[in-house]
Unconditional design. Structure first.
Length: 382
């Protein structure tokens, strides 16, 4: 019976059924809300494909395409691995010592940003997350997740982890990107050649170190340099990418990020700059040692530019740790710095052996030590 229409069995105007309560109209019974029928889970190959994260598939596909185009160069570089035996063990020990110092600076910066006193917790966390990021395509996110889980299981409050890791990333990136700017005077006025002994080249690194501290202090406490830098970068980007939406607030964003760092570090900002500069420059020193080991004689200022290019390539989430792309890119940029092809290739392989391959087993050992102290509360994310 349609709702609101009088029944044919009742007098006109009376819509009540016999036995109903006077003054109350009949209400139809409520039906339970119907639930959408869930389709059965797919099985077989289709079900397997549906469970694979699409993002990882896309990243892997891009990596395969990228490797396809650089594969001949990658094969050419890695075919020189047997020649590493011609390098004296002394240089590998020196490079390993410089990398150890670089890691120690990274741990110091992280301790400072987290307000955490334990060197053991920070050190094992960094080594493990670094190893994770080197074995997974696009592993930076997995490395960050691993750091969060291990620090959280170690008793560091979540809000301090987020703020501390953010500040560490920002200040490390700022120092790295400042290196090419600070090396320009040396490039324009001659620079120092690695051939004038490694000590003279490292003296150049000390000068850059002092410039980083001075520039960092100015950037942390004055707005004008950041506004000028942000405005210049914004103009360059807008001219180079005219088909995209123009940037309008880059100077403000730089100041906001600076305020985040300053708010977390407080009065100990100068210690953070020391650690961040030491982290990058000791790693750069390992590359200089690799060049000296093969008898190369480029200018240290140009090598610094090649080093920054290699670090940026390592951030591209195509292959684990930029594997393949960094080797090809670093060898090519060292060639532009005046290093011969054979020497550039061998120096690149020696540097990557210590800076990329050696930390992977170190990360595994660090995680074993971490588990012994903190139990099975956290596990690396993959």
């Amino acid at each position: 019976m349609p709702h609101g229409k009088p029944s044919d069995d009742l007098p006109a105007g009376d819509t009540k059924r016999p036995g109903s309560t006077p003054g109350h109209s009949e209400t139809p019974p409520r039906r339970a809300p119907s639930r959408p029928v869930q389709p059965p889970p797919a099985t077989g190959v289709r079900g397997l494909l549906s469970r694979i994260p699409k993002r990882q598939v896309i990243v892997l596909a891009i990596a395969i395409v990228g490797l396809y185009f650089v594969w001949p160069q990658v094969v050419s570089v890695f075919s020189q691995v047997p020649k590493l035996r011609s390098i004296s063990w002394f240089w590998f020990v020196l490079m390993a010592a410089l990398e150890a110092g670089s890691y120690a600076c990274d741990w110091g910066l992280t301790r400072l940003a987290l307000g955490e006193r334990s060197w053991f917790l920070v050190g094992t966390t960094q080594l493990t997350s670094n190893a994770v990021s080197k074995v997974i395509p696009g592993g930076s996110a997995a490395g960050a997740t691993t750091s969060f889980e291990m620090l959280d299981a170690g008793g560091v409050p979540s809000e301090r982890i987020v703020g501390g890791l953010t500040a560490t990333t920002l200040i490390s990136a700022a120092v790295l990107l400042a290196l090419p700017v600070l090396s320009l005077p040396a490039i324009l006025f001659g620079g120092v050649s690695v051939s004038r002994t490694l000590l003279r080249a490292l003296t150049y690194g000390v000068i850059v170190f002092a410039l980083i501290l001075a520039a960092g202090a100015v950037a942390l406490f004055t707005d004008r340099p950041l506004i000028a830098l942000g405005t210049l970068a914004q103009r360059v980007r807008n001219r180079l990418a005219r088909h995209r939406k123009p940037l309008t607030d880059l100077p403000r964003l730089l100041i906001d990020e600076r305020d985040v760092i300053r708010g977390i570090l407080g009065r100990r900002w100068w210690e953070a700059l020391l650690y961040a500069a030491g982290n990058s420059l000791l790693d750069y020193g390992a590359l200089l040692a690799a060049l000296a080991a093969v008898g190369a004689r480029p200018r240290a200022s140009l090598v610094l530019l090649a080093y920054v290019v290699a670090q940026v390539l390592g951030m591209v989430p195509l292959t684990p740790g930029g594997l393949g792309f960094v080797e090809v890119g670093l060898a090519a940029t060292l060639g532009l710095a005046g290093v011969g092809v054979a020497q550039a290739t061998l120096a690149t392989l020696a540097y990557r052996l210590v800076a990329f391959w050696l930390p992977i087993p170190e990360g595994g050992a660090a995680y074993v030590l971490y588990r012994r102290r903190y139990g099975q509360q956290a596990a690396p994310s993959g």
